[in-house]
Write a protein that binds this ligand. Structure first.
Ligand SMILES: Cc1cc2nc3c(=O)[nH]c(=O)nc-3n(C[C@H](O)[C@H](O)[C@H](O)COP(=O)(O)OP(=O)(O)OC[C@H]3O[C@@H](n4cnc5c(N)ncnc54)[C@H](O)[C@@H]3O)c2cc1C
Length: 417
């Protein structure tokens, strides 16, 4: 089933979301569930359920994201044979002896997270959207302009126009909605590019996410679902971040040389590796919008903030943005106010901006800490890692943060009673 693509007849309390990626898609579902009239406009073709080899773009989802998707009825649209839960996480310093091993049972959970393809989650959201006749979803519609007139947003694509009481920019890092609202994107070059690829490994990953920190940048080995052709637990998705020239060299290397370098970098943690896919490279430009809101407008997900992927938190922060915005909109409309109520938007910004900024700064701190060669810093970080590994409460605190167990979680991101 496909979502309703006919433009809405009633335009009272109309919300237009530009961008139907993972963040925009979840927001649309959460708002439609409240009975609001929502239109999603996305320039890309309709997302389809993946089949065949794993897609290159994958994401690790936290416990909070998992509950959000469960509680909004999206999880049941996923093909569970393509979702890999992981119950351990091993982080180590290539340049020393420091290592931290997190286990789900130490924090009273079954899983620390889940790995799935971005296109898979987008397709599940699109299917879930079809359950709501008040949710209109148009694919292949690239929005070209938006301006505010007489208290409403006029949104334009080709010959078509939509009027919105609330306009949401969920249009990714290069958000044009952000530009049309006159909000600065606050871009900063992280000095890293990220290479992503799929590999087969001789040893099983045993549902453990691994990350090695090197002076040149971090390398993550993320456990993929089992592929009958590669064997039980013998496929990983890698995210290798580093200096642009090093990453360019890795992309150009012959597959066997690339695999050899990968094996050496990970200390043969998973034995012999074979490259299964092409290698795609993404420049990592961090961003933080100067404001998440303007009159009748909100930014969510990468449109509001882009962080280094080293801890796999970007989508998770975006999904929480969506849930908090939906919660504040609901609070406003239930007390008879507009869906674009300025106090509701201000509360959304207050609840999300500090948290996202904290995560962005933490990622920057990790990148800098592990990029240092000076002996005292290396000694300190290795000693620190060994200490964290032995200190139960601190380790649990780190694990809880990585799982998205924050203090101000929206109701939908909390476990079902
Ligand atoms: C290498 C790498 C690895 C990562 N790994 C992880 C991870 O493990 N875990 C994690 O949580 N995060 C990860 N991230 C971050 C994550 O990918 C992003 O945070 C996430 O994709 C952002 O989702 P979004 O929906 O906000 O934006 P996007 O995914 O960018 O979606 C934006 C949507 O808007 C549409 N659009 C754009 N402009 C227009 C327009 N003018 N009109 C209509 N539609 C428009 C696009 O077609 C698109 O569908 C990683 C990032 C990178 C680069």
């Amino acid at each position: 089933m496909q979502p309703n693509s006919v433009s809405p007849a009633s335009e009272k309390q109309h919300i237009v979301i530009v961008g139907g990626g993972m963040t925009g898609g979840l927001l649309a579902v959460l708002l439609a569930e409240q009975g609001l009239t929502v239109t999603v406009l996305d320039g890309a073709p309709a997302p389809v359920m993946p089949t065949g080899p794993a897609q290159l773009r994958v994401s690790t989802l936290t416990e909070a994201s998992h509950w959000l998707l469960q509680n909004s009825g999206v999880w049941e649209y996923l093909d569970m044979s393509r979702v890999q839960p992981y119950d351990a996480m091993q982080v180590w310093d290539q340049d020393g002896t420091g290592e931290v091993l997190f286990r789900a049972r130490e924090v009273g959970a079954q899983s620390l997270g889940w790995l799935l393809e971005n296109g898979h989650l987008a397709a599940a959201l699109y299917r879930r959207a079809a359950d709501y006749p008040n949710l209109h979803w148009r694919c292949g519609v690239a929005v070209e302009g938006a301006r505010r007139e007489e208290g409403r947003w006029q949104v334009r694509a080709g010959d078509e126009q939509w009027q919105a009481d609330l306009l949401v920019g969920a249009d990714g890092a290069r958000s044009r909605v952000r530009d049309w609202a006159g909000i600065s994107g606050g871009a900063r070059d992280s000095g890293h590019h990220a290479l992503v690829a799929t590999i087969a490994t001789a040893l099983p990953h045993n549902a453990c996410a691994r990350q090695v920190f090197m002076e040149s940048g971090p390398l993550a080995l993320l456990p993929l679902y089992s592929d009958p052709q590669q064997g039980e637990q013998r496929q990983c998705s890698i995210v290798w971040s580093g200096w642009p020239e090093r990453i360019a060299r890795l992309r150009e290397a012959a597959p066997a040389d690339f695999a050899a370098e990968l094996q050496a970098a990970t200390g043969e943690a998973l034995g012999e590796v074979t490259l299964l896919s092409e290698r795609a490279v993404f420049p990592i430009q961090e961003r933080h919008a100067s404001s998440y809101v303007a009159a009748g407008l909100a930014l969510v997900g990468d449109a509001a903030h882009v962080i280094h992927p080293l801890a796999g938190q970007g989508v998770n922060l975006g999904l929480l943005d969506a849930a908090v915005l939906a919660e504040e909109v609901e609070r406003a409309t239930q007390s008879g106010r507009s869906c674009a109520d300025s106090a509701a938007l201000a509360r959304y910004q207050r609840r999300r901006r500090g948290e996202n900024l904290l995560m962005q700064n933490a990622m920057r701190g990790f990148q800098q800490l592990f990029g240092q060669r000076a002996l005292p810093v290396r000694w300190l970080r290795n000693t620190g890692m060994r200490w964290v590994n032995q200190a139960g409460p601190l380790k649990r605190l780190f694990a809880s943060q990585a799982m998205g167990r924050g203090a101000d979680l929206p109701v939908r991101a909390r476990p079902r009673a």
